[in-house]
Design a protein around this ligand. Structure first.
Ligand code: FAD
Length: 412
């Protein structure tokens, strides 16, 4: 990247080439992807890069990354609860490890370690179980005790003074954080270079289904003929599925987060507490990035609330009492489509050619690369890859759920 910049400067051409371009909307694409988040763009990239399918449109109502992909707190990890989940997310971590080289873009992936705190005997049991499931799948993950927690995270209160003292933690060294915008931009750039059309400020308003198959989509910039539509719209997943007449088991909740003013570096791990409903990491700029679980009501509103701020401040101070004078700079919210088992829905639907990559709840950003890659494989081969078979839509009528609530509710 730096060589490119130097070359650019010596050429006397101060303008860098555009990362992605605008195009007229074609009247036909082989694949139309609804949603210009990390998932939709990753799928477009892998379709082009690994399967040579380039007549692809990504249709985005706002600007790319304006949904969950630009609003999340960028935690990457694979220490889930079920073998299916661990295998899937672990493949994603591997793709993240290679991403900067693959996309030729610095995504600032920092594998600084991830700690899930246990404050009750029940939570200690769950962490122990997760550690064993993780290890069986080859994922580095272990139960550690308060002295080790304090060593990894100086300043955290491991005394027995808090209401919920820390009894143990699940330590997952490969977990960490990334620059979410860079992931979106990197995929967009590489997809664009390979011929994918990214249409921003273009909303999908209808899906044309005839005889049980998709034949086209209506957009605010005209009708597009296509036999394959991928719904990658995270918090709006059921609104797009409705257009195709497909019902999804999704409930939509707001999820809020906030950052503080920059502080000197002191927190070199990601800290999550499911019992206190809080998690925190420190960004490279020094800001504390904090969040919680979803708001306790369904809504499509992305407003922030004082109730969230009060609750997160109280819980943060239980863990780090010395932060009481730190100021919060900004807060925001995004939308999360939750499934009954806290696992995503990926793959075919009863409508031929209408595919879904939805139900990502509060945890989908970390899955962007592997989801994009496997959905591209599914589209190219018209067959569900083994890795995502457990997450098929039909699991809900087959009573074959993938219960991830114990590892996915607060610990995004
Ligand atoms: C506050 C917060 C914190 C989070 N923290 C984490 C975390 O730490 N780790 C993690 O793994 N996950 C986290 N998540 C979840 C994560 O953000 C999402 O699961 C993920 O970003 C989903 O990506 P996506 O590409 O599927 O969807 P999105 O990025 O939401 O993209 C969907 C796009 O679809 C577009 N769209 C909607 N309707 C239409 C339409 N009719 N026509 C055209 N376009 C449309 C939207 O504008 C949007 O840009 C968090 C989420 C939030 C809100």
């Amino acid at each position: 990247m730096s060589f490119k910049l130097i070359r650019q400067a010596l050429n006397g051409n101060g303008m860098l080439p555009r990362m992605w371009r605008s195009h007229p909307v074609r009247d036909r694409y082989d694949v139309v992807i609804v949603g210009g988040g990390a998932h939709g763009l990753a799928c477009a990239y892998y379709l082009a890069a690994e399967h040579g399918i380039t007549n692809v449109a990504v249709i985005e109502r706002g600007y790319i990354g304006s949904g969950g992909s630009g609003r999340n707190t960028a935690i990457i990890r694979s220490n889930y609860l079920t073998p299916e989940g661990v295998r899937f997310y672990d493949e994603s971590v591997r793709l993240y490890e290679q991403m900067a080289t693959e996309l030729d873009f610095n995504v600032m992936f920092s594998q600084r370690g991830h700690l899930t705190l246990a404050h009750t005997d029940g939570a200690v049991r769950t962490m122990r179980r997760r550690a064993e499931v993780n290890k069986l799948q080859g994922v580095v993950s272990e139960l550690i005790w308060p002295d080790e927690v304090e060593r990894l995270c100086p300043g955290i209160d491991v005394s027995d003074h808090p209401r919920y003292p820390i009894l143990a933690a699940l330590y997952h060294p490969p977990g960490g954080i990334i620059r979410h915008d860079a992931v979106v931009w990197g995929y967009a750039h590489q997809a664009d270079r390979r011929g994918v059309h990214i249409h921003q400020q273009t909303a999908v308003t209808g899906i044309d289904v005839r005889g049980g198959s998709v034949v086209g989509v209506e957009t605010t910039r005209g009708y597009i003929r296509t036999g394959t539509v991928l719904n990658a719209t995270a918090g709006w997943g059921s609104t797009i599925a409705d257009m195709a007449g497909v019902r999804l088991p999704l409930t939509t909740f707001p999820l809020q987060a906030c950052v503080t003013e920059p502080l000197k570096p002191f927190l070199n791990v990601v800290i999550v507490s499911g019992s206190l409903h809080v998690y925190v990491s420190q960004s490279d700029r020094g800001e504390l990035v904090m969040g919680a679980s979803v708001d306790p009501y369904t809504s499509y509103s992305m407003d922030s609330s004082l109730a969230f701020m009060e609750s997160i401040a109280g819980h943060m101070l239980e863990l780090f009492p010395f932060l009481s004078k730190v100021r919060v700079l900004r807060q925001w919210a995004g939308l999360c489509d939750m499934t009954p088992d806290y696992s995503p829905v990926m793959g075919f639907t009863p409508v031929r050619g209408f595919l879904v990559d939805v139900g990502w709840g509060t945890y989908g950003f970390k899955a962007s690369p592997i989801c994009g890659r496997t959905m591209a494989e599914l589209i190219a081969g018209d067959r569900t890859p083994d890795l995502i078979h457990p997450f098929r839509l039909s699991r809900f009528e087959e009573f074959d759920l993938v219960g991830e609530k114990g590892a996915a509710s607060v610990g995004h």
